[in-house]
Design a protein around this ligand. Structure first.
Ligand SMILES: Cc1cc2nc3c(=O)[nH]c(=O)nc-3n(C[C@H](O)[C@H](O)[C@H](O)COP(=O)(O)O)c2cc1C
Length: 184
């Protein structure tokens, strides 16, 4: 059954992979709305994700319009209310820290605080950043609030090191999204 999925994209080298995730989930019949951090725009353009999702991309709280024609709510509140699931893929160390502490200083943080939809996070970062106690404390804090994580996978990382930190395969993310949506 068609669901509304809000996909948060953050400033990781793996952000280009979100294009495939957006495309595949849309082809499965879901409504996809993308929210980007300012940092994510260094790695993939809103235009790409707007085209693949077939909806405007929210990336600037001060410039947001309503995401749907029927809506008068601020864009981030409308998305938060409509979402059946919030997926953040890839999630940077920085974004995980902000989500753990409830920052709403960008569109993604605002949607994450305003929604009551389940939150699924797919981290991507250097292995030492992932292993760092600061990141692990933030992950634990989120898990204790019921947030689910998928990955990261181990292997050769874009930064040149090997270890845990790769964005897990798109197919695994999509399967997990479908599982969470079927439980709703
Ligand atoms: C080439 C490059 C690749 C990066 N890849 C990652 C990454 O995979 N994971 C991560 O946590 N940070 C990565 N960073 C650092 C983030 O872009 C930086 O922390 C940024 O402030 C994150 O912003 P955001 O979390 O608001 O999107 C990378 C930086 C550069 C220059």
């Amino acid at each position: 059954m068609s669901k509304t999925i809000v996909i948060g994209v953050t400033g990781s080298i793996a952000a280009y992979k979100t294009a495939d995730i957006v495309s595949q989930l849309r082809q499965r019949g879901h409504e996809i709305f993308v929210v980007m951090t300012p940092g994510a725009k260094n790695f993939i353009t809103p235009l790409t994700l707007q085209t693949l999702s077939r909806h405007p991309v929210l990336h600037d709280l001060s410039q947001e319009g309503a995401p749907t024609e029927m809506s008068w709510h601020p864009g981030h509140i409308e998305l938060a209310d409509q979402a059946d699931l919030l997926l953040v893929a890839p999630a940077t160390a920085s974004a995980i820290a902000r989500l753990a502490h409830g920052f709403a200083d960008d569109a993604l943080g605002a949607v994450a605080l305003a929604t009551r939809a389940p939150l699924l996070i797919a981290p991507a970062m250097n292995g030492k950043m992932w292993d760092h106690p600061a990141t692990q404390e933030n992950v634990l804090r989120l898990r204790q609030r019921g947030v689910e994580f998928i990955g990261p996978a181990s292997g050769m990382l874009a930064c040149g090191y090997e270890g845990a930190g790769r964005l897990i395969e798109s197919s695994a993310i999509i399967d997990h999204v479908e599982k969470l949506l079927s439980e709703k």
